[in-house]
Ligand binder design. Structure first.
Ligand SMILES: Nc1ncnc2c1ncn2[C@@H]1O[C@H](COP(=O)(O)OP(=O)(O)OP(=O)(O)O)[C@@H](O)[C@H]1O
Length: 289
């Protein structure tokens, strides 16, 4: 079992922005979802975990080793999956993986070849191994990203909004793959997509303005709202009045009609009960706690 213990981590940028404020998390094998709005500090947390920047204070212990003091230990065990790899060289998928495997320190040519072919098969790109990566579709590029991330058998994979821009089918295929690899390693998924966290992550955290707002399983987060979520169809002109009098945790247009969802200990006049979702719990955590 791999274990990442983050304790009281704080990070302030030179411009004075406190991007991380006393974050503590304990993460083991499986998918861990990190949810937060733009600017919450998700990328700052990831970059600090992977050793790209040093925190002001706090510790990050991975499998018993202080990785702030020994960043090389983390780098050897890490696979990083960014949102977008940018521009690809005009190289075939196989040759690019070959090059990246050398950079990752896989010295034996036989081991490299076996691993690359295995990974291409796993991400369903074996048929396209001789094609240049820049000609791939968005989904193929992301699956290629997973293959490169898994070179060298990492024990922790950090994925930063990996499904941005994928169509639902590719997103689903990609998520299944991520979920599969998380059986034996830690996969931290940073995302805005609440549904992906609900479907994929046994454990999750919500951060806002650099601080931890909530952590636990999606089911635990949803349970805190049981019996306290209500909905009503309103006229859009009434929205601002409800905004000032209620804790709104959802708004949705259904066939052109506005429906609001609110958090309340008691049933408000004219509202119907609604089964809470993770999205409700997320918005409640962000705006009403
Ligand atoms: N290099 C930097 N120098 C100064 N401030 C920064 C730097 N990087 C990020 N910030 C600020 O730190 C805060 C957290 O940013 P961060 O990129 O970690 O958030 P995020 O949750 O990843 O956002 P997004 O979802 O938009 O990527 C923001 O206020 C941001 O403007």
């Amino acid at each position: 079992m791999n274990r990442l213990c983050i304790d009281q981590l704080s990070l302030t940028y030179r411009n004075g922005i406190k991007a991380l404020n006393n974050i503590s998390l304990d993460i083991t094998n499986g998918m861990f979802g990190l949810l937060g709005p733009n600017g919450a500090g998700k990328s700052s947390l990831m970059k600090t975990i992977v050793g790209l920047q040093k925190p002001d204070s706090g510790t990050i212990i991975f499998n018993g080793v202080d990785v702030i003091r020994q960043p090389a230990f983390m780098r050897k065990q890490l696979g990083f999956l960014p949102q977008d790899f940018g521009v690809y060289p005009k190289t075939s998928a196989y040759d690019l993986l070959q090059h990246l495997a050398v950079l990752k320190g896989i010295d034996s040519a036989a081991v490299r070849k076996a691993q690359i072919l295995y990974l291409l098969e796993k991400v369903n790109l074996y048929h396209a191994k001789d094609k240049e990566v820049h000609t791939f579709s968005g989904g193929m590029k992301q699956r290629f990203g997973i293959a490169q991330t898994l070179l060298g058998n990492p024990r922790i994979v950090i994925a930063d909004e990996p499904t941005a821009g994928l169509d639902p089918e590719e997103r689903n295929r990609f998520n299944i793959l991520l979920s599969e690899i998380s059986e034996k390693i830690i996969v931290i998924l940073s995302t805005h997509i609440v549904e992906d966290v609900r479907n994929l992550c046994p454990q999750m955290a919500v951060i806002k303005e650099g601080a931890l707002q909530a952590a636990g399983s999606p089911a635990q987060m949803i349970n805190t709202l049981a019996g306290k979520v209500w909905t009503k169809q309103i006229h859009t002109s009434e929205l601002s009045s409800y905004e000032s009098s209620c804790k709104i945790i959802g708004r949705q247009l259904i066939a052109g009609a506005m429906h609001i969802t609110v958090f309340s200990g008691k049933q408000p006049q004219g509202f119907h009960p609604l089964t809470p979702t993770l999205e409700h719990a997320y918005f409640h955590t962000l705006y009403h706690q």
